[in-house]
Design a protein around this ligand. Structure first.
Ligand code: MF3
Ligand code: CO
Length: 257
């Protein structure tokens, strides 16, 4: 069953989403050569706890940290570490989830560390564009499968590929709710969107082939061919007036900084 949220619930989800967005903005400002992914994780945890919220990932199926920090060929679920230092030219996906007042927010961005290659910059831009093209489809009567179709069509036009093994999701009083939101597939299928539904839309896009594997740590998903990967995510509500990006930030996070 796909839950539809009342206007009052959406306001509470906006508060959770706003916090997640603020944390991402702070983390973005911290990303630089020499910073470790544990530094970013510590900052995120501190900010979330200060706000009276709870990190959503920590303890989820045993996940050990507040954020996921996935560098270069790491697709998602990279575990922060004090031994993992950011280097000039890296790309890093930072994924943050928090629950506030019983409601969840979930958002991710992929950032360039200093100057990156042209293909890396294009991958980030195109994946971000794919997310926003998908968000435009979030309206009552829309189709879940149109989201995936649009993401796939956009990124494949650049020779990139969409990860199949992981998908977006409904979100609300749990981090993962129905429906699943794939980033690929045929248009015009599956459930119709209705006012009050909330989706975490999260394209994961590889510069090379789509296949991924999970490392021996049981979490980190990497591209099988070692190619770069990017991941952007927003929590978005269906409203009569169109998409409401609950994790929106005051200042857009630039793909290149
Ligand atoms: N944004 C990811 C998701 O929606 C984060 C989950 S990380 C986990 O699935 F550790 F909590 F699994
Ligand atoms: Co998610």
């Amino acid at each position: 069953m796909i839950v539809c949220r009342s206007a009052a619930e959406l306001e509470r989800m906006r508060e959770a989403g706003r916090l997640v967005g603020e944390v991402l903005t702070e983390l973005t400002a911290r990303v630089a050569p020499g910073v470790t992914t544990a530094d970013l994780d510590d900052l995120a945890e501190e900010r979330i706890l200060q706000a009276g919220a709870t990190p959503a990932f920590k303890g989820y199926h045993g996940y050990p940290a507040t954020i996921c920090a996935s560098i270069n060929e790491e697709v998602i679920h990279g575990i922060p570490s004090g031994r993992r230092v950011l280097n000039e030219g890296d790309v890093i996906s930072i994924d943050v989830g928090a629950s506030l007042d019983g409601y969840f927010g979930d958002s991710a961005v992929t950032l360039a560390v200093g100057q990156v290659s042209e293909v890396a910059a294009t991958l980030l831009r195109v994946t971000d564009e794919a997310l926003y093209k998908a968000i435009e489809l979030v309206r009552p009567g829309g189709r879940i499968s149109d989201i995936g179709h649009t993401v796939q069509r956009h990124v494949e036009a650049y020779g990139f590929s969409v990860v199949r093994e992981f998908v977006g999701h409904g979100i609300g009083q749990r981090m993962h709710e129905e429906p699943q939101v794939p980033n690929y597939g045929e248009p015009g299928r599956g459930p119709r969107l209705a006012e009050g539904m909330v989706l975490a839309i999260e394209p994961m896009v590889n510069a090379g082939k789509p296949a991924v594997k999970v490392l021996a740590d049981g979490w980190t998903a990497v591209t099988r061919d070692g190619s770069l990967s990017a991941h952007f995510e927003h929590t978005v509500a269906v409203t009569a007036d169109g998409p409401w990006i609950l994790t929106a930030r005051e200042v857009a996070v630039p793909a290149r900084r």
